[in-house]
Design a protein around this ligand. Structure first.
Ligand code: PLP
Length: 366
């Protein structure tokens, strides 16, 4: 039986070793392990790639969100509207900033419903934090219009969306700030934790650069309290190289997604359609199906790796108990949580792998 792994980072290393081993060696030999030219080179290359004025490297996608909230002076007493179906970091960042997360339910494509955002706005709302889940950019035109009308900041959680575009604009370059993760499982991945923030706002960028570095304005002057959340040189060397191959990674994932869409039986498998103007990066390929758990067990037995992003909505997590949302609060998110399944989409899969997965799924329902 042909097994199909969900992720394949060992192959990525094997393919890139001849370039990355010397690049990492050079980064170490420079003796400058935190900050310095490699980090700046990566930031500049990412600015060009995303078409944004500033990219600020930080230690993780979670820190990118926390520092962005802080740089926007969002804290106690403020509300931030975000979806309940994201990775927990989106909501956790709002809580860590001292603010209150207010959830808005999602659309069939798993991204935030602008009408639900509008209904969630109160006099305390300071920002909207849409999440570009799966590498598909949320309805940013509507979200930016709502934000403009109500004077709200927009913090894009673009952790899953590096390489995605909407009407030609990059994820993370549309809102007030865009927060990216370069976690090993992301399309643009480091070899440890890493992240970055994008913004076109000069003052915000300067503040983010200080906040990630203990609030230091120069070597000896602290103008506000900050944290240590710097991108290190080894990760910058890795990211600098991988950024040059990102378009190929995204193209391969888009090819895999198109092949699945062509082959999966639409009578049993819902694949959210791509809207005009959307260029999806397919960090994940999430389908929605009946009998999801049975299907997952069936695929596992056949050696096909899958994942669920995410089985427990954030508002139903034990940590969210004090927010006071019971089951039934966000019906679309909750219905999807029991139906979503992430199929293998990584760039190392062959057409035969995709066909193996699609045939197995169609066979399960036949
Ligand atoms: C939607 C979303 N937000 C935030 C994060 C946090 O990123 P990191 O793991 O780099 O802290 C992730 C990554 O897992 C994510 O998927």
């Amino acid at each position: 039986m042909r097994s199909v792994p969900y992720v394949n980072l060992a192959t990525q290393w094997a393919e890139e070793r001849h370039v990355l081993a010397p690049a990492v060696e050079a980064a170490l030999a420079s003796g400058q392990w935190v900050g310095g030219p490699l980090v700046e080179q990566f930031e500049q290359a990412a600015e060009t790639y995303c078409g944004v004025a500033h990219i600020i490297g930080v230690a993780s996608g979670t820190d990118a969100l926390i520092l962005s909230l802080r740089a926007l002076d969002i804290g106690p007493g403020d509300e931030v509207i975000t979806p309940p179906n994201s990775f927990v970091a989106s909501t956790a960042a709002i809580i860590f900033a001292g603010a209150t997360p207010v959830f808005a339910d999602v659309l069939p494509d798993q991204n935030m419903d602008p009408a639900a955002i509008e209904r969630a706005i109160t006099p305390r709302t300071k920002a909207i934090m849409p999440v570009h889940l799966t590498g598909r950019i949320a309805a940013m035109d509507a979200i930016m219009e709502i934000a403009g009308r109500h004077g709200l900041a927009v913090i894009e959680d673009a952790a899953q969306a590096m390489g995605a575009r909407l009407n030609g604009r990059s994820a993370g370059a549309i809102g007030t700030v865009g927060c990216f993760s370069a976690h090993p499982l992301k399309n643009l991945n480091a070899m440890g934790d890493a992240g970055f923030v994008g913004t076109n706002d000069d003052a915000l960028a300067a503040r983010l650069r200080r906040l990630r570095n203990n609030g230091l304005m120069d070597r000896n002057t602290v103008v506000e309290w900050g944290v240590v959340s710097r991108l290190d040189n080894v990760q910058a060397a890795v990211l600098l190289h991988r950024l040059t191959g990102l378009d190929d990674v995204v193209a391969k994932r888009r090819h895999n997604a198109a092949r699945y869409t062509e082959r999966l039986n639409p009578a049993f498998v819902f694949v959210p359609p791509t809207e005009p103007g959307q260029f999806n990066a397919f960090h994940t390929f999430v389908v929605q199906v009946d009998r999801r758990d049975e299907l997952q067990a069936y695929l596992t037995a056949k050696g096909i790796g899958t994942a669920i992003h995410y089985p427990i909505p954030i508002h139903l997590q034990p940590a969210a108990h004090s927010l006071g949302h019971g089951a039934g609060s966000f019906p679309v998110t909750e219905a999807q949580a029991s139906r979503i399944l992430s199929l293998p989409i990584n760039q190392f899969l062959t057409d035969a792998d995709i066909d193996t997965v699609a045939d197995a799924i169609n066979g399960f329902y036949a």
